[in-house]
Design a protein around this ligand. Structure first.
Ligand code: ADP
Ligand code: MG
Length: 622
């Protein structure tokens, strides 16, 4: 709750809305206690008194009634009716939505068709019809406004409930023997509650307006009782001669509806963290590049060169240094492993290469990424787009998430081929078939017509690799491609990647958290910690004689078969959060060998030849 309020008040407009609304609520709550004249006492002699006249701060209306008093009493009534209508609509509508969504089938059909019938009538007309049937009066206006808003809640909540009702936790609740009511109230309601609150906070404003509208037409509050709508209605005749009688309730309606809507938007954003982190704001096609320092001088070491790459996430005032100056290169036919714990910046490094880090919040703040010597970070979008897939391709961890669920894999492969080459469909299909064969998919011909969900995880990852190979790239960046697979399938996929590398001279950057995998596949390895490379070198040398204490601990975490019962080591503590890195060595707080000088100054990556380590008290000299 405290967190919610903090998020809410970080939004200035929402805070403004909340302040205005609370002030209004407090004033109307204490209105009966204030020394105000009777709102309905007429004094025709004093009619249409201007504002700020003696005894009437806001003046009087056409019957000489005190406008301030009428305004406060009227606001009280309008707010009460609007909020009551919103509550009624929310409760009835949400219940209908929950029941329809949960039971589904015929119950859903019958209920929702009823709701559709309500929705088929124009909104205001329906409210008018209801009031006409029930007779004018504030209570009937309330019923009408609530009734016409029920479908809005019912539809919203039903949609969400349908999605939730099929989820495993509902099955689990059923299996544990809970009845329908307990599932509806205990399991489903808490999950849809935020949506109900959001829907309410954004509709109270309308409902107040609608009630005011009905009163304006004389169908709501009846004279002499004032509400905001009826005040406006009565002032209509004197709009020109005594404008203050209309302006006073008009300004109040404006204040109420504005503050409720600002607050409502704030509540929605605060309850939906995705909106804050920018997930719903459309990311740019290319990561924002904003290099503060000079671009490092070109020095070509491989086909793909990362040179002091820095990528940050700017979230509010915080700066997360996800990648803090990574230099890495890979040559044709070479496989370079990048290894590190979860959160060490491996994926962000990989995505920065082709400008795939979502911006906002991602920004590349330094360094260079060169493909065949050409800097990709300054490149135009068209250049980058051409290089994506054609020169540098990616394989991701979860093929089920990267393959489109509604297209056959053959069609997806054909599309990948035809994005870059104007291949006739027949030829593209033949090529897709070749690709599936190249990644050793049995019965490739019939597999072309499979949907992703019809394949096993291992097969899907093969398709993922085939997609990456579709345009004969020179570099493949594989981001934990085997993490979701079981060990035997993992071995097959690794063997496949290794074959492809040898057959086609591919350069592979292989990201993993598993030293066992690195040992099988990679020529060289770079160990990442907190966004930096802490050790690198040829795989065998690093494995045999790890120099950084972190590398040593990582290797000790790999279980060995047949080596008897050995206590598996783990690394105590957690990786640091990258918005507030400690001075000196980032690993020092978790390192049992850390000394005082480890916690001071910058520690450089130093070494000879291919070996380098970022540690001033290494386990082994390099
Ligand atoms: P991994 O090594 O597990 O692939 P990542 O590269 O995904 O790690 O993440 C590196 C760091 O970047 C993490 O500390 C993570 O919290 C941060 N990060 C990643 N994406 C975002 C984002 N969209 N907003 C803020 N921080 C992010
Ligand atoms: Mg990752």
């Amino acid at each position: 709750m405290g967190h919610f309020l903090k998020l809410l008040f970080r939004n200035r407009l929402a805070a403004l809305g909340a302040t205005v609304l609370s002030a209004l609520l407090i004033v109307v709550l204490i209105t009966p206690l204030l020394p105000l004249p009777d709102p309905n006492a007429t004094a025709t002699a004093e009619r249409f008194a201007r504002p700020f006249t003696e005894g009437h701060i806001l003046g009087t209306d056409h019957l000489g009634r005190d406008l301030l008093s009428r305004l406060l009493h009227g606001t009280r009534l309008s707010l009460a009716v609007g909020i009551a209508a919103a509550l009624i609509a929310a409760i009835i509508g949400s219940t209908i939505g929950l029941v329809a969504g949960y039971f589904g089938g015929r119950i859903d059909n019958v209920i929702m068709r009823g709701i559709d019938m309500l929705m088929a009538f124009p909104y205001i007309l329906l409210a008018l019809a209801i009031v006409a049937a029930l007779g004018p009066g504030l209570m009937n206006a309330l019923i009408a406004v609530a009734a016409v808003n029920i479908p809005f809640f019912a539809r919203n909540i039903r949609g969400i409930t349908v999605g939730l009702a099929g989820r495993e936790f509902i099955d689990a609740a059923r299996l544990s023997g809970l009845g329908h009511t307990r599932i509806l109230v205990g399991e489903l309601l808490p999950n849809v509650l935020p949506t109900i609150v959001i829907a309410m906070s954004t509709t109270v404003g309308w409902m107040i307006l609608e009630t005011a509208g009905l009163s304006f037409l004389g169908l709501g509050s009846q004279p002499p009782v004032a509400d905001l709508g009826s005040m406006l209605g009565e002032a209509r005749a004197a709009l020109i001669t005594a404008p203050h009688t209309s302006v006073v309730p008009g300004v109040m309606i404006f204040l109420i509806v504005m503050s409720i809507n600002l607050l409502g938007d704030g509540v929605r954003d605060a309850l939906d963290p995705r909106l804050k982190s920018g997930a719903l704001s459309r990311p740019r096609a290319v990561t924002l590049v904003d290099r503060k320092g000079p671009v490092p001088a070109a020095e070509q070491r491989g086909l793909l060169d990362l040179d002091a790459l820095e990528t940050q996430f700017h979230v509010g005032k915080r700066v997360y240094r996800a990648v803090g100056g990574v230099s890495l290169y890979v040559k044709s036919g070479e496989c370079v492993g990048v290894i590190g714990e979860s959160g060490s910046g491996k994926s962000v490094t990989a995505l920065s290469v082709m400008g795939l880090v979502p911006s906002p919040p991602g920004v590349i703040t330094g360094g260079a990424v060169r493909y065949e010597g050409e800097d990709l970070l300054g490149a135009r979008y068209e250049t980058l787009r051409r290089r994506r897939g054609e020169n540098v391709a990616y394989i991701f961890q979860d093929p089920l998430a990267t393959l489109h669920p509604l297209y056959k894999i053959g069609d997806q492969l054909i599309e990948a081929i035809r994005v870059h080459h104007d291949t006739p469909p027949k030829e593209a299909r033949a090529k897709a078939l070749d690709l599936l064969r190249a990644v050793r998919i049995p019965n490739a011909e019939s597999r072309l017509d499979n949907y992703p969900h019809e394949m096993s995880g291992g097969m899907r990852q093969r398709v993922g690799i085939a997609m990456a190979m579709a345009n004969d790239p020179d570099v493949i960046i594989a981001d934990e491609p085997t993490t979701a697979l079981d060990v035997t399938v993992q071995a097959q996929i690794l063997a496949l990647l290794d074959d492809l590398r040898r057959e086609r001279g591919l350069a592979i950057i292989f990201i993993t958290h598993d030293f066992g995998v690195v040992a099988q596949l990679c020529d060289r390895v770079a160990v990442m910690y907190a966004g930096r490379i802490v050790e690198e070198g040829p795989t065998m040398q690093v494995l045999d004689a790890p120099a950084h204490p972190y590398t040593k601990r990582l290797i000790a975490c790999v279980p060995e078969l047949g080596s008897g019962k050995r206590k598996l080591a783990s690394i105590p503590g957690l990786p640091p959060v990258v918005d507030n890195l400690p001075e000196g060595c980032a690993f020092a707080p978790r390192c049992d060998k850390a000394r005082d000088d480890c916690r001071r100054g910058a520690i450089l990556l130093a070494g000879r030849g291919l070996r380098a380590v970022r540690c001033i008290h290494p386990e082994e000299a390099v």
